[in-house]
Design a protein around this ligand. Structure first.
Ligand code: BYC
Length: 309
């Protein structure tokens, strides 16, 4: 082991941060590029199911709050693309990887948002699951990713509250609204749990990610944490968990759950979910339509640079 590798290992061992200027193993760099770019794509693609309801929000207040949330998600994407760029990949390459299917984005965004209660369920469950993971990632070993997570988590907490507020309005509203809230919970419960990825035993990247402290907690640990605190929120709403086996287990000190439908998960991850094609087509079109903006910004930057010189 040379002195660079030793220095890297010591930083990991002491739970100090690896910074862009530091030496790092090529595999560590590649691992982070994969995870962070996929995280960035998720933030950006995640704007679509919510954007779908902007023009149909039930009040001006609801519209303003939703708009602010969606703009935050775009901002999260930008922080994360910047984090990935510090590892030596360009934004353009990352977008190409998304468009060619080489890079993934979270499975959850391939499900449709059919009505306003779904917007509540997305904010509450999807952002709730995202925060559970991201709070853990605040301690990740790569400095820029860790610091990005601190800011993102602050904003995600507002997003989760936004979703839960909608759920409260629906669940404590008319019987029809309560029914819509229950239906949204029924449809989003299992897909939200699958956001944490496959079981630890089937997770290709977890073991190495945990050795490098990129991941601090495993897929199953985080999923269980999310189930344990969300059940109480379901009870407060007076709704029913769609999983009949989700019962408190005195022995484990956690809630049990039914087996997940991993065939459905892999089907969605591999591009065959209800909205995969629509999400990618929309992104490609927006990217092409906005080419002139990128060109104008680049030309302006060049002009300004020449003036300064
Ligand atoms: N969807 O070895 P594994 C948000 C892939 S929230 C799609 O366990 P890893 C937002 C995985 O990439 C969501 N693919 O992988 C919220 C790998 O395939 P590749 C974003 C998934 O990386 C509200 C393969 O399956 N959050 O943005 O150790 C509004 C094997 O899995 C999924 C993050 O991205 C999935 N659910 O663990 C708007 C958090 N799960 O790459 C936006 C950062 C697994 O070999 N990411 N796969 O082709 C992570 O923490 C980890 O990457 C994961 C997966 C826990 C997601």
């Amino acid at each position: 082991m040379d002195k660079f590798e030793q220095a890297f290992n010591e930083l990991i061992e002491k739970e100090l941060k690896i910074e862009p200027r530091d030496w790092m193993p090529e595999k560590y760099r590649e691992h982070l590029i994969r995870q962070v770019s996929q995280h960035a794509h998720s933030e950006v693609i995640g704007m679509q199911p919510e954007g779908n309801w902007l023009l149909r929000a039930p009040s001006l207040r609801a519209k303003q709050v939703l708009l602010a949330k969606i703009q935050d998600e775009g901002g999260h994407g930008l922080y994360l693309y910047s984090v990935a760029e510090t590892l030596g990949i360009s934004r353009q390459e990352m977008i190409e990887q998304l468009h060619t299917g080489k890079a993934k984005y979270s499975s959850i965004f391939n499900y449709p948002t059919l009505n306003w209660a779904d917007i509540g369920a997305v904010g509450w469950l999807v952002d709730g699951a995202a925060i559970t993971n991201q709070v853990s990632l605040q301690k990740t070993s790569y400095g820029p990713y860790s610091r990005g997570m601190v800011r993102i988590c602050k904003e995600e907490s507002f997003h989760q509250r936004q979703g839960y507020e909608i759920m409260m309005q629906m669940a404590f509203g008319t019987p029809e609204q309560k029914e819509m809230a229950q239906d949204a919970l029924n449809r989003f419960w299992f897909p939200a749990l699958m956001m944490f990825g496959p079981h630890d035993k089937d997770s290709a990247h977890s073991s190495q990610a945990m050795k490098w402290k990129i991941k601090i907690e495993s897929n199953d640990q985080l999923r269980q944490k999310f189930i344990d605190h969300t059940i109480k929120q379901i009870e407060y709403l007076g709704l029913t968990c769609p999983d009949p086996n989700c019962k408190w287990n005195e022995e484990t000190g956690h809630y049990d759950h039914s087996p997940f439908n991993w065939d459905e998960f892999w089907n969605v991850v591999n591009g065959n979910g209800p909205c995969n094609q629509e999400r990618l087509d929309h992104h490609k079109k927006a990217h092409n339509d906005n080419k002139w903006v990128r060109e104008a910004a680049a030309a302006y930057a060049l002009k300004t640079e020449a003036q300064v010189a």
